[in-house]
Each structure stands twice: as structure tokens, then as C-alpha cells.
Design a protein around this ligand. Structure first.
Ligand code: ADP
Ligand code: ADP
Length: 228
């Protein structure tokens, strides 16, 4: 689903965030992206989302080059991706229902489909009874569930999660991981950047470790730190 060939990214200020990255991520996989602050994880994610373009190399997503892609094709690309952030990024003036529905309105889904699909995903994340509340009326874990519902509502092929448990207590973080694993089991590819050592070590998924802009470790059933 994703291939990066000799990808490097140097920002205009001269900082090299990624250097010669080669990676291949299969459809349906679950990948943890780990590494210290400033390692290049966010840049990696931004390249996938086409928020940034590499200064060198090639990125292929579902057979399409993200490097050669024209600006007007980017919205269509992003429809195939859902993004979950550490700080949720919900719309504070909209209810839970409307936060999720909005993601479908943006891609011009018919009203009938929205009214069918939104309750369905709210049920999946366990928030059907909170549809009419506003984000500030929810706990952190519930807000993250809304943001996951919003990310999956258009049935994307890929979920990109940037520190999704960073603001949550351990039990809530575990619940959110269960939800992400459940989504992954339904066939959605998930790439998750995280500092949550306990979670990475408990789940034993593929771990790609980035340091100084390079992939320093890539293990199929990996751990947070190198165990060799
Ligand atoms: P991580 O997500 O692992 O913390 P980042 O990808 O955010 O790493 O950052 C990698 C390097 O690139 C860091 O040195 C950071 O300061 C730099 N960097 C990130 N974004 C920008 C930017 N927009 N402009 C200049 N330098 C940046
Ligand atoms: P946490 O301890 O996880 O932060 P809260 O104490 O914020 O959780 O919330 C506990 C429960 O009460 C949650 O299910 C939340 O939806 C509900 N809740 C909190 N504040 C409000 C509110 N202002 N209106 C309605 N429900 C609320």
C-alpha cells in the first residue's frame, strides 16, 4: 500500500528531518512508529498525508506517486486516509454527531448516507448515547473516540495516528488501543507514532524505529527499545 524509496526531507531552513528512508507497508498492517523527539516521525506522517513533499525520493500510495501528484488531486488522496491526533482536534461548537457528520459533508456524501452511517460509527466507538453532547462535556477518552469515529466514517484505507494516547490515562489508553486494533482487524491499515512504551511492548506489532531521520530498526513483532 505504501512504498518509500530513498526518501529525504530537508526543510527550507536547512534541517534534514529524514535521510534516505526506504520502507514498504502492506495493506492491513499495524505499524508503530517510535523514536525520540525530533527523530522525524511527524515528518514521515506529513509526507504520507501529502502535507509535505520529499526533497528527494519517491513515495507511492496505492499505486500513485505522492511526489508527482498535482495539488488538485490531494483532496481525493486524503479521502483515503483518516488522521487521529494527540489533542483530538474536535470542533468545539459542534456536537459529537455533527463532528462526525461534518467529515462526511466535506466529501459531499448524500444526507441519507450521513444519517445512516454516523449512528453506525458512533455505536462502534461506544458513543451512541452521547451523540448530542459537545466535546467539552466528554472525558478525554471519549473525545478521542469521537476523533476516531470521525477518522473512520468515510471508510479510509489508512488511519494515521499521531500520539493518540498521549493525553490519556493508562486505562483509557488501553481502551483506545483496543478500538484501533478492532478497526485494524476489519482491514484498515494503521500507522501510529507513539512514545507509549507499555503499549508497544504489550501489542508486539511491527515497529519502525526512526532516529536522526533514518530507520534504525524495523521488526515484525517489535518492542519499543532495541532488545538485542
Ligand atoms: P518527531 O515527530 O519525531 O519529533 P519531526 O518530524 O517533527 O520529528 O522533526 C524532525 C526534525 O525536523 C527536527 O529537527 C525538527 O525540528 C525539524 N522540523 C520539523 N518540522 C519542521 C519545519 N516545518 N521546519 C523546519 N524544521 C522542521
Ligand atoms: P474523566 O474522569 O475520564 O475525565 P469525566 O469526569 O470528565 O471523565 O466524565 C465522566 C462522564 O461524565 C463522562 O462519561 C462524560 O461524558 C460525562 N460528563 C462529563 N461532563 C459532562 C457534562 N458537562 N455534561 C454531560 N456529561 C458530562
Amino acid at each position: 500500500m505504501i512504498q518509500m524509496f530513498n526518501v529525504s526531507k530537508t526543510y527550507p531552513n536547512g534541517v534534514q528531518a529524514l535521510a534516505n528512508v526506504n520502507v514498504r507497508i502492506q495493506k492491513g498492517s499495524f505499524v508503530f512508529l517510535v523514536g525520540p523527539s525530533g527523530a522525524g516521525k511527524s515528518t514521515f506522517i506529513k509526507l504520507l498525508f501529502r502535507e509535505e513533499t520529499p526533497t528527494e525520493g519517491q513515495i507511492i500510495f496505492n499505486g500513485r506517486s505522492l511526489v508527482r501528484m498535482r495539488e488538485k488531486e490531494v483532496p481525493q488522496l486524503r479521502r483515503q486516509m483518516g488522521v487521529v491526533f494527540q489533542d483530538f482536534r474536535l470542533l468545539p461548537q459542534k456536537t459529537v454527531y455533527d463532528n462526525v457528520a461534518f467529515a462526511m459533508e466535506v466529501v459531499e456524501s448524500p444526507g441519507k448516507m450521513i444519517r445512516y452511517r454516523v449512528p453506525q460509527v458512533l455505536e462502534m466507538v461506544g458513543l451512541e448515547k452521547k451523540a448530542n453532547l459537545y466535546p467539552h462535556q466528554l472525558s478525554g477518552g471519549e473525545q478521542q473516540r469521537v476523533s476516531i469515529a470521525r477518522a473512520i466514517v468515510n471508510e479510509p484505507a489508512l488511519i494515521i495516528a499521531d500520539e493518540p494516547t498521549g493525553n490519556l490515562d493508562p486505562q483509557t489508553a488501553t481502551d483506545i488501543m483496543d478500538l484501533l486494533l478492532q478497526i485494524n482487524r476489519r482491514g484498515t491499515t494503521i500507522i501510529m507514532a507513539t512514545h507509549a512504551r507499555d503499549i508497544v511492548d504489550a501489542l508486539r506489532q511491527r515497529v519502525i524505529a526512526i532516529e536522526g531521520g533514518q530507520i534504525v530498526r524495523d521488526e515484525e513483532r517489535g518492542s519499543y527499545k532495541d532488545e538485542r
